[in-house]
Design a protein around this ligand. Structure first.
Ligand code: HEC
Length: 382
């Protein structure tokens, strides 16, 4: 029988009974309504009173033989740094306050909104964080919302499908599917597959672009100053049709640095600057680029609800040839979390050339992002 059934069917008596069942002999856990009356101060005291029956004293989960509920695949092991450090404290807070339901998790995880104050929950979150004892894991607080063009410094397990549509000059629909996979604490693999459709002399043509493979490495992260810095190297292969404008026709190496910096009031700035080195500069000149995203995250409901992040990007690129001008674009946009778990997000904006406008079209740009580490596409919505 699932714990949830017990919880709903038999109320508090059943609950206490199942807690008794759920515990190892030494574990003490009280029901949410009981712990309100206990004067619990430290994170450890609260955790031991309210959580170890299910999560175990080491945060790995109580012994399966001592619990009666079915463990969801997402059941946490708080001592696993890979799973726990990437979470934002607010997401843990929301799960504890509203129960699993608050973040689209299993309802077996009870709500503690009546039993614990937000200060007590803050202490608990710090206590949960301390189960990971290995230093150097970038924390979820440094995982700033992804902008449309500026890459993040935080290593991710994500898939992002970005689309840009232009109608002026040469109408086109360009898509880019980026797959990012974290290889370890500081390293991330990225594979990018662009595919586009463009109108040329009255007809539409489609095709893939230049496929790229890159490696990102976090060089520095400091939660105290709110800073994260990463470097990435990547290679783009000439898989796209150059004559149709889908590819550059040469193998291209790219290297960039990405910086994320927290600012007061949930604001942030992200900067990505780098260079492109084509293997043949006769076909394509070397180029540099600098992208900056400034934004702010707003979360309703004591900071525990859906997250909106308005941002504006300033994008500059320049070919490294004498006499070339720097192209500037401005890209206002907003990102919003779609799923309750916040693992599916969308961002939409308009990219506007700010100078050298001849032949450069404005574009509507949007993406759908799936943080696949946090659950399947269809999970976490209710
Ligand atoms: C009745 C058993 C039970 C109790 C008591 C319980 N939890 Fe949970 N908790 C769960 C289950 C089951 C999940 C996994 C839900 C899922 O993944 O769908 C969970 C998930 C969580 C998560 C989400 C982790 C993530 O991956 O985002 C946090 C945080 C959490 N619990 C903290 C606590 C804290 C703190 C307490 C004590 C105040 C507590 N839990 C008490 C069963 C419980």
């Amino acid at each position: 029988m699932r714990f949830r059934t017990l919880w709903h069917a038999s109320g508090l008596v059943g609950l206490l009974a199942s807690f008794a069942l759920a515990q190892a002999p030494s574990a003490v856990s009280a029901s949410p309504s009981k712990i309100r009356n206990l004067k619990l101060d430290t994170g450890k005291e609260i955790f031991e009173a309210a959580c170890i029956g299910c999560h175990g004293s080491n945060g790995k989960g109580a012994l399966p033989s001592s619990t009666v509920f079915e463990r969801p695949s997402t059941f946490p092991d708080f001592s696993d740094c890979n799973g726990s450090m990437r979470e934002r404290e607010n997401d843990y807070k929301a799960t504890i306050y509203y129960g699993g339901h608050g973040r689209g998790f299993s309802e077996i995880m009870p709500s503690f909104s009546d039993a614990l104050s937000l200060e007590q929950i803050d202490k608990l979150v710090q206590y949960l964080r301390a189960f990971c004892t290995e230093p150097g894991w970038p924390k979820g607080e440094l995982n700033f919302p992804r902008a449309l063009a500026t890459e993040k410094a935080f290593p991710e397990d994500e898939a992002i499908l970005t689309t840009a549509i232009t109608t002026k000059y040469a109408p086109s629909i360009s898509n880019d599917l980026a797959y990012e996979r974290r290889l370890n604490k500081r390293t991330q693999l990225e594979i990018g597959i662009p595919f586009s459709a463009a109108k040329d002399s009255g007809n539409w043509y489609g095709g893939i672009g230049d496929i790229r493979v890159g490696l990102k490495r976090v060089l520095l992260q400091n939660l105290h100053t709110g800073t994260i810095l990463a470097a990435q190297g990547e290679v783009a292969l000439p898989t796209g049709n150059r004559n149709r404008g889908f590819g550059t026709g040469v193998t291209l190496f790219e290297t960039f640095g990405a910086l994320g910096q927290a600012l007061p009031g949930n604001s942030f700035v992200q900067v990505q600057g780098g260079m492109e080195f084509p293997t043949s500069t006769r076909t394509l000149p070397r180029a540099t680029f600098l992208r900056t995203a400034v934004g702010k995250s707003i979360q309703a409901d004591k900071g525990l609800g859906r997250m909106w992040s308005p941002m504006v990007e300033f994008l500059a690129d320049r070919d490294l040839v004498t006499g070339a001008k720097t192209n500037w674009d401005i890209l206002p946009q907003f990102q919003v979390t779609l799923s309750k778990r916040q693992h599916i997000r969308a961002d939409i904006g308009v990219r506007m050339p700010a100078n050298n406008t001849a032949g450069r079209s404005p574009a509507v740009v949007f993406y759908v992002l799936w943080d696949w580490f946090d659950g399947g596409i269809r999970e976490g919505w209710k």
